[in-house]
Design a protein. Sequence first.
Length: 407
Amino acid sequence: MPAFTFAARDRSGKSQRGTLVAASPADLASQLRQKGWLVLDIQATSTINPLSFGDALNPAAWLGIRSVDVELSLQQLAVMLRSGLTLLSALTNVGDNAERLRLKRVFKRIIQRVQEGSTFADALAEHKCFNNLTIQLVRVGEQTGNLEIVLVRASEAMERRRTLIQQVITALTYPGIVLVAAIGVTAFMLVGVIPKLKLFVNALGRKLPPSTQVLIDLSTWLQLHGVTLATILAVFPLVAYFAYSVPEARYRIDGALLRLPLFGKVIRVAATALFARALALLLGSGVTVLDALRTMEQLGSNRYLNGVIAKARQRVFAGGALAPTLDTPHGYMPMLSRMVAVGESSGTLDSVLDEIAKFYEQQLQVLIRQLSALIEPAIIIFVGGIVGYVYISFFLALYSHSGPNRH
């Protein structure tokens, strides 16, 4: 029987290297896993192949790393590890099959760090494309020897998070686009249509009805100050972007977003579903409550809600319960705190959180449908009201001209 050199890490995280006789690399990997070791390498390592000339000419290969690319990579790693491949061999295969150059480079760097003795989780932590939830789960998987299982869970969690975010963006993008279109139509009518109406009604030589006069005055003001208004509208996104990069300003802006009518509720429901799903996954994988909350604090995108999690972690660290801190005005949905209290008292917090996540994921779907159903008629009424006001003002001017001439 042939002999193979191996590199592995035992349950305590200590590096183990040596030479053993086995029928095949897969047989040796099975022997090491029975000891509870994480197999890093058995055979000679290979390097990730560089992009071919044809791939290098593909613009998509040079684009940034998407969440779906990372999800697919984690799924592939889990399948390969379950099939008996070593971690380094699986990483090499995933890197070879990556479509994007940046992802190839990421896996090449991960392989180098693991070969140098770093843990897989620490190697992932050096790259922003892997979120804190994935890194924490991988760390647990390395310690327990269930790496392929936690990789699947991490991939599923990323997919759910991406889906929820896309749903929220979809819900908020459509009304935004329609509102911009309505503003554009209004501006066109004030700048392009009303001036012609003004020339016509001025030729009548009559006193205009109040509604027509207001319309003409607004058009005149917009013609005089339109450049200034356009400049302000163009600069405003830049000012908002820089303000959002300031921690204190971002905290206040994120808090204000949660207070918006209807839209704020959509954001709160989505955030509650994400929080419950991720925390349930971490706790179910064996992560302590404090470590899970620390991960959650860095995972969310809303700074106001991150502050709520930070306060909850401090309370738990001091020996208090998790539930009371989560009951914050305009924060997570109220049912989260009540159900977490039930889970804490019964010792089934992870399963309770999983049920909460399912409930609010369904609620989010309902809210998005309600939002779409409300916005469409509202926009129609808004745009129709503008057009109707212009037409009514125009015909009132004609009607005043057809009446008796009063001086």
